[in-house]
Design a binder for this molecule. Structure first.
Ligand SMILES: NC(=O)c1ccc[n+]([C@@H]2O[C@H](COP(=O)([O-])OP(=O)(O)OC[C@H]3O[C@@H](n4cnc5c(N)ncnc54)[C@H](OP(=O)(O)O)[C@@H]3O)[C@@H](O)[C@H]2O)c1
Length: 302
C-alpha cells in the first residue's frame, strides 16, 4: 500500500481521509488548523508540517480545500505557501489529486506546473455532501491522463461509489460547477414554491410529499425539503459555499459568453441570504430569505 498524502481536513476532507484510512492506506496529513490533523494522528495517520513535506513523502497527494485561490496557493505556492507548497516537494512520478471544487483554468495552471516537474495532476471533484462522503458514496468526476486516473483509482474507490472519467484537465471542474449551478437554481426555485404554497395554506411537508409522489421528484424535493420541514438548518453545505460556487460558475459562463439569467438571480438570492446573517446555515436557508421577504412564517427564523 503506497503512503497517501491528504491536505485539507475540513467538512468533506476529514470524511474522505477517514475512508482512505479505513481502506487500509497509510495516510500522511496536513491541515492549516493543526488540531484537526492531530485528531487524525489518533486514528493512525502521520502528521506533517507542510504540504511540501507531504509531497516529498507520498507518491499520491490529495487536496480538498475551500476554493481555487486557496487550492492554487497550497498546491503551487502562489501566496503565503511559497516554498512550502506541494509543488515544492514534487518529484518525478508523483500524482497530485485535487478533489476541491476548482476553476477549470486554475486547474489547468496547476496541472502544467506539476507536469513540468515530472509529476502528474488529476482533477477529482466530488458530487455528494458530507453525509454521502461519510458513507463512502461520493461520485467522483475524474479528469486527466487515463494512466494517472487509473493509478489513483484504488485510493479514490475507498470513498466513492462511482468514478466517472470525463476528459482532460478542466473538464471535471467545469462539469462540477455546472452541476452545482443547476442545483442552486433548483433549490432557489423550490424555496419560491414553498413560500407561495404556504401563502395559499399548503404546508411545506404536504408540498414535498406531493412532489415526491410524482415524476417531478428530485434531490431538492426529496432531501433538501427536509431542512424546511424540520426547521433545522445545520449545514450539509453552507450558504457561503454556495455563494462561492455560483460566483465561480457565472465567471466560467461569462468566459464563454453565455448569459446567466437564472444563475444571476440565484446568486443575488444567495448573496442576500449570506448578508442577512445566514452564511453559516445550510444552503436550503434561501427559503428563510423568501419567508422574510414575504413575512411568511415558514421557519422560526423568519
Ligand atoms: N460541503 C459540501 O457539501 C461539499 C460537497 C461537494 C464538494 N465540496 C467542495 O469541497 C471543498 C471543501 O469543502 P468543505 O465543505 O470541506 O469546506 P471546509 O469544511 O470549509 O474545509 C475547507 C478546508 O480548506 C482549508 N483551508 C481554508 N483556507 C485555507 C488557507 N488559506 N490555507 C490552507 N488551508 C485552508 C481548511 O483549513 P482549516 O481547517 O484550517 O480551516 C479546511 O481544511 C470545497 O471546494 C467545496 O466546494 C463541498
Amino acid at each position: 500500500m503506497p503512503e497517501v498524502g491528504f491536505i485539507g481536513l475540513g467538512r468533506m476532507g476529514s470524511r474522505i481521509a477517514r475512508n482512505i484510512l479505513k481502506g487500509g492506506f497509510p495516510l500522511v496529513v496536513w491541515n492549516r488548523t493543526r488540531e484537526k490533523a492531530e485528531e487524525f494522528a489518533k486514528l493512525g495517520a502521520t502528521l506533517s508540517d507542510s504540504p511540501k513535506k507531504v509531497a516529498e513523502r507520498c507518491s499520491i497527494v490529495i487536496s480538498m480545500l475551500t476554493d481555487p485561490v486557496v487550492t492554487e496557493n497550497v498546491l503551487t505556492g502562489t501566496g503565503d505557501m511559497k516554498g512550502a507548497s506541494v509543488l515544492d516537494g514534487i518529484q518525478r512520478g508523483k500524482i497530485v489529486v485535487d478533489m476541491s471544487t476548482n476553476h477549470p483554468m486554475i486547474s489547468r495552471r496547476i496541472a502544467e506546473k506539476v507536469r513540468e516537474k515530472g509529476g502528474d495532476f488529476v482533477e477529482a471533484p466530488v458530487v455528494g455532501g458530507a453525509f454521502i462522503a461519510e458513507q463512502a458514496r461520493l461520485t467522483i468526476l475524474a479528469a486527466g491522463r487515463q494512466e494517472s486516473v487509473e493509478a489513483v483509482s484504488k485510493v479514490l474507490q475507498t470513498t466513492s461509489q462511482k468514478i466517472l472519467h470525463v476528459g482532460e484537465i478542466g473538464a471535471a471542474s467545469a462539469i462540477k460547477l455546472i452541476l452545482n449551478l443547476h442545483l442552486w437554481i433548483n433549490m432557489a426555485g423550490f424555496a419560491e414554491c414553498v413560500v407561495i404554497a404556504s401563502k395559499l395554506g399548503v404546508k411545506p411537508k404536504t408540498l414535498a410529499e406531493v412532489f415526491n409522489n410524482t415524476v417531478f421528484k428530485n434531490y431538492v424535493t426529496e432531501y433538501k425539503s427536509q431542512k424546511i420541514i424540520d426547521d433545522e438548518w445545520s449545514p450539509v453545505a453552507t450558504i457561503d459555499l454556495a455563494v462561492k460556487d455560483i460566483k465561480l460558475a457565472l465567471e466560467v459562463a461569462r468566459d464563454v459568453d453565455v448569459p446567466t439569467f437564472l444563475g444571476s438571480v440565484t446568486k443575488d438570492l444567495y448573496v442576500a441570504t449570506a448578508q442577512m446573517g445566514m452564511r453559516d446555515l445550510d444552503v436550503m436557508a434561501v427559503a428563510i430569505t423568501y419567508g422574510k421577504l414575504t413575512n411568511e412564517k415558514i421557519s422560526k427564523l423568519v
